[in-house]
Ligand binder design. Sequence first.
Ligand SMILES: [Zn+2]
Length: 144
Amino acid sequence: MNTAKPGSDPASTTTASTPAPSPVPTPPLFTAIGRGAVGLCPAYGKTRLFTGYLRVAEVCTACGAPLGQVRADDGPPVFTILIAGAIVVTLLVVMESTMNLSMLTEAAILLPLMLVVCLGLLRPIKGGTLGLMLQIGMIKPPTQ
Ligand SMILES: [Zn+2]
């Protein structure tokens, strides 16, 4: 039997000490990562995250998310090298075991492939990393 008075919310009595909600929308974690990976604002998903190939917009023009204060630093290049290295080394092993190519031919195939894979993965991985960091609140305010 429910003993609460009609119209009263039992949760409302405990919300007095909670902070005011952030003006920047906070989507679920994988939504934020996915939006960042496709180059959209992780918080709102309507505007662009990047103003160049890897240059991040300072502030989202739609929701005001402080995108420029999210510093991924060396994380995205490390993740990119790990993933691209796994792809290219796997191809190298397959080529070594199934084809009879010279080292020069393998290098002529795999080195440009490594470059293309790294350049193709770096931006989505940086965007996903920024989405993750923004969602969990890893924001570094500018030093004054
Ligand atoms: Zn936004």
